[in-house]
Design a protein around this ligand. Structure first.
Ligand SMILES: [Zn+2]
Length: 417
């Protein structure tokens, strides 16, 4: 008898029998594609198969692969944190603690506590690249423990060519020397440096800083702070257009403390993302919903600063906007946990659990213009996390628990708790 033997593909890693696999594949923000008892086969850095046991064992040779038993657990894509200010020196803990007991900026000045971004800029300018690297690395490895496998990192605490480049170089080094993928955003337009007029600074941004960052290929994105007291929509447009000339895609901090047309500009320029959106009018949400632009919402920042105008997430989701959730890790919002962000999004902003998970994975990837991650599907990067919970809904229910047991980045186990 002539038995045809099919040669099976060998794989490096197999995750088997997960109670639920959250693929995040599907239409809209609510469809998260839950598969029960799935097996996932991984070769090199890619997912090569997702399906029932029989399908995977028939197709692949699992003999020599490492296997992870996920019985009773949940497998999800790694979180993609699309908005952080990861690289900075020191902290603003004194300011935060003093404000908790009712102090405002003026009292703090009298107490000798320097406040706001200027404090961080001062500290960051004077730190060495190595100091910045070590501090950011510690934060980033903690974020990896919380399931974050891709991070966007903004400059913007230097505001001089030299110090902005130093921050971006640290971002590049973090990407090389840790398992996490780091995408850099040039945010020289985070504020206006002391002792300089805004027009002088814009000139430096456009003629000196952006060309330098661009030629050194130090950033994937260019960003600006469009708000009252910062940059107007017209100024933001000039800055972002200069970035585009050097291949940096546009992002924007908009409508965080006032509405001056930032979100409209995001639609007009078809930006990758527009972030904050506390003061965005409904008419602009409707325009955003018809566009490809992703709205990035950051519940932890609003929580940390006690924001007076909560963003209207429910309305944005109901209108059908592309939404991402991000930590906004920065000296004013010190969280390394996307799970905490999900807790807040569900409880305070009426996200469904499904929407929150999708916004923190698929949504984050879309806000970084990445289509190779954020979902569990054959051909995508094997960036995965295993949660030690019986069903995915526990992620919203367990407040402050780190539910992550295992993190896999590029097909390798990088966290095992
Ligand atoms: Zn920000």
């Amino acid at each position: 008898m002539n038995v045809e033997t099919k040669v099976k593909t060998t794989v490096d890693l197999v995750i088997y029998n997960a109670a639920e696999t959250i693929t995040c594949v599907g239409e809209g923000m609510t469809e998260i594609g839950v598969i029960e008892n799935a097996w996932i086969a991984i070769k090199d850095d890619k997912i090569v198969g997702v399906g029932p046991e029989e399908e995977i064992t028939n197709k692949f040779d699992l003999e020599k692969s490492v296997s992870i038993n996920a019985t009773g657990k949940v497998v999800a894509p790694g979180f993609v944190d699309c908005h952080t200010h990861l690289v900075f020196n020191g902290s603003r803990v004194e300011e935060y603690a003093a404000k908790l007991s009712g102090n405002v900026d003026e009292n703090l000045e009298e107490l000798g506590i320097t406040t706001g971004p200027n404090r961080t800029i001062e500290l960051t300018r004077h730190a060495s690249e190595e100091e910045l690297f070590q501090q950011a690395k510690k934060r980033m490895l903690s974020m990896l423990d919380y399931g974050i496998t891709t991070i966007e990192s903004k400059s913007g605490y230097g505001l001089t060519t030299e110090s902005e480049i130093k921050i971006l170089e640290v971002g590049r080094r973090l990407g090389k020397e840790t398992p996490v993928d780091v995408l850099n955003t040039f945010l020289g337009a985070h504020g206006i440096p002391n002792g300089m007029s805004k027009s002088e600074y814009i000139e430096i941004l456009i003629k000196e800083m952006i060309p330098e960052v661009g030629e050194r290929k130090l950033a994937e994105f260019c960003d600006a702070w469009c708000d009252e007291g910062y940059f107007t929509a017209e100024e933001s447009k000039q800055i972002l257009q200069a970035g585009l000339q050097y291949g940096m895609k546009s992002k924007l901090h908009a409508d965080a403390y006032s509405y001056i047309g930032g979100s409209d500009l995001a639609v007009e320029m078809n930006m990758v993302s527009v972030d904050h959106l506390n003061f965005t009018p409904v008419e602009v949400m409707e325009k955003l919903a018809k566009s490809e632009v992703t709205g990035v919402l950051m519940p932890a920042l609003d929580f940390a600063v006690g924001h007076k105008q909560p963003f209207e997430a429910r309305r944005m989701l109901d209108l059908g906007m592309n939404i991402a959730l991000a930590t906004d890790l920065c000296p004013a919002c010190y969280t390394e946990s996307m799970q905490f962000v999900i807790n807040l999004a569900c409880r305070l902003y009426k996200f469904t659990v499904e929407e929150a998970i999708k916004a923190a994975t698929f949504g984050g990837a879309r806000a970084l213009d990445l289509d190779d991650r954020g979902i569990i599907q054959t051909g995508k990067l094997a960036d995965l996390q295993i949660w030690d919970i019986p069903t995915y809904k526990h992620i919203a229910y367990e407040l402050g628990t780190n539910i992550v047991e295992t993190v896999i980045k590029d097909g390798k186990v990088v966290v095992s708790r």
